[in-house]
Design a binder for this molecule. Structure first.
Ligand SMILES: Nc1ncnc2c1ncn2[C@@H]1O[C@H](COP(=O)(O)OP(=O)(O)OP(=O)(O)O)[C@@H](O)[C@H]1O
Ligand SMILES: [Mg+2]
Length: 473
């Protein structure tokens, strides 16, 4: 069925231009040049989407935005703002606009925005209809029954059946890759390959070959033809992890690949085809990465059709105990240990801790405790001391908003427990840097090995080093 877009724009020439773009792409586009006309059209029949210029001769666009939302079918609204007035865009988003376009924009940008707004709106409808808890949570390997996680499960389920690109954000270790895999496994592409590329862990000069492959002799060391991610993931899902670490020039090529579905191997002019569903992730704030020139804005909008934000572990309440218990049972089986229950005090200590490394850190803590300790009940005493000190007295301090590197600051030492005097406590970022540098020194600069010792992902080391370089530049 043809989808209708109501274009509300007072300039006749612009209105006609937008109308032309939309009709050429297969939409039915109607034009209203005044607020009054827009209101009339909205009342007559709801369009599937409203494209709304905020500056109208006879009234404020925000009023039209509100009128659209008051309709029972509440069509999504994309607002158009003059470049200079980003405040207006922000105000409109707060008032319920789904997205905005800053003038001037081209046809491609208009169509991508409209398409993605329509897709998001229809998926939101599906998501909001589900209010009960989903048994799918079990199918998806995630442990956790908190409200925030159920929202994640519902979104995963809702998007799985579509082909929409998904963009996952969240601190390190929150389960971004697990979410990507869950989407793949609940999608039509399950059974086809799921291929992950960690853009933070691959040297820049090899990244293009990693994505698109190369032919023999394409560069020094290319001793044979090799398939890249595009060929490997053909028919399935490609997970682009740490997307903001991809070199800008390659981001341009990736964008072209996404738009056309075609690519070229390094060293070859032949054009190849691949059918791929894209899921991307980053533990940076994407808008900040765009501002810092690390992420192409058009690529981001192309990939961010459906956003999923993985909540930090500290916001998941009783999930912490639940996850810990599950890990405890799994590791006990693996290690031939007797652990069966998690004591209440252990549960409380785990819940009070801040978990800057989130689920991955919890996994490591429990693994170590299972290996080093013995008994049927895991008590708080069996947990690492640092963790106990941070969480012991009373509830954990609520952390400040997430800083850009995805790590929480060291917990404020309000009612300092016994142990070290306050002046000896260093900011977590410094402790972290020293730990990474020590590991690199111990391994002669071998990042893979250092990462293994630190039980973190190699990409974290790459990332941190980049950000230190930036700071010192
Ligand atoms: N809710 C959960 N229940 C059980 N296991 C989980 C859950 N979330 C994450 N995990 C496990 O925790 C580990 C970290 O998850 P994952 O690798 O998906 O995180 P990430 O966000 O991609 O981390 P990073 O930013 O470091 O790449 C994995 O072993 C994953 O299986
Ligand atoms: Mg990951």
């Amino acid at each position: 069925m043809m989808r209708t877009v109501l274009v509300v724009e007072d300039s006749p020439s612009l209105a006609r231009t937008y109308q032309g773009f939309l009709e050429h792409a297969g939409y039915c586009a109607e034009v209203a040049q005044t607020a009054a006309a827009a209101r009339e059209k909205l009342n007559a029949a709801a369009p599937d989407l409203v494209l709304l210029d905020l500056q109208l001769p006879d009234g404020n666009g925000i009023e039209i935005l509100e009128a659209a939302q008051d309709r029972p079918d509440a069509p999504p609204v994309v607002v158009i703002t003059a470049n200079a007035s980003m405040n207006a865009a922000v105000e409109a988003m707060r008032a319920g606009a789904l997205d905005f376009l800053a003038k001037p924009f081209d046809k491609a940008r208009l169509l991508v925005t409209v398409e993605s707004a329509l897709e998001r709106a229809s998926l939101r409808k599906v998501v909001s209809k589900r209010t009960t808890t989903t048994p799918a949570a079990r199918r998806m390997r995630f442990i956790g029954e908190s409200r925030v996680m159920h929202t994640v499960y519902q979104t995963i389920e809702a998007v799985a059946s579509s082909e929409a690109s998904v963009f996952i954000t969240g601190e390190s270790g929150t389960g971004k890759e697990l979410a990507a895999l869950s989407i793949h496994e609940s999608s039509r592409r399950a059974g086809k390959p799921f291929h992950a590329v960690n853009c933070g862990a691959i040297p820049e000069n090899l990244m293009e070959s990693e994505l698109f492959g190369h032919v023999k002799g394409a560069f020094t060391g290319a001793s044979a033809d090799r398939d890249g991610a595009a060929a490997i993931a053909d028919g399935g899902t490609l997970f682009l992890d740490e997307l903001a670490e991809m070199p800008m020039a390659l981001q341009t090529k990736l964008l072209r690949f996404i738009q056309l579905g075609t690519y070229q191997k390094v060293g070859e002019t032949k054009t190849r085809k691949a059918d791929i569903r894209f899921i991307s992730a980053t533990n940076k704030l994407p808008l900040e990465a765009i501002r810092n020139g690390e992420l192409r804005e058009d690529l981001y909008y192309r990939l961010n059709v459906i956003p999923i934000e993985m909540p930090p572990l500290r916001e998941r309440g009783d999930d912490i105990g639940l996850i810990a218990e599950n890990f405890m049972h799994a590791f006990a089986r693996q290690e031939g240990k007797a652990f069966k229950t998690l004591s209440e005090d252990a549960r409380a200590a785990l819940k009070a801790y801040e978990w800057p490394g989130n689920v991955r850190q919890l996994q490591n803590v429990i693994r170590n405790a299972v290996v080093l300790q013995n008994g049927e009940t895991m008590t708080a005493q069996m947990l690492p001391r640092g963790l106990m000190q941070a969480g012991a007295p009373g509830p954990a301090p609520r952390p400040a908003p997430r800083p850009t590197d995805g790590f929480s600051p060291a917990p404020a030492s309000g009612s300092a427990p016994q142990g070290r005097p306050e002046q000896e406590i260093l900011p977590l970022a410094i402790v972290e840097r020293r730990a990474i540098e020590a590991a690199l020194e111990a391994t002669g600069g071998n990042i893979q090995q250092a990462a293994r010792l630190l039980e973190i992902d190699p990409s974290t080391i790459h990332r941190r080093r980049k950000s230190w370089n930036r700071q010192s530049a």
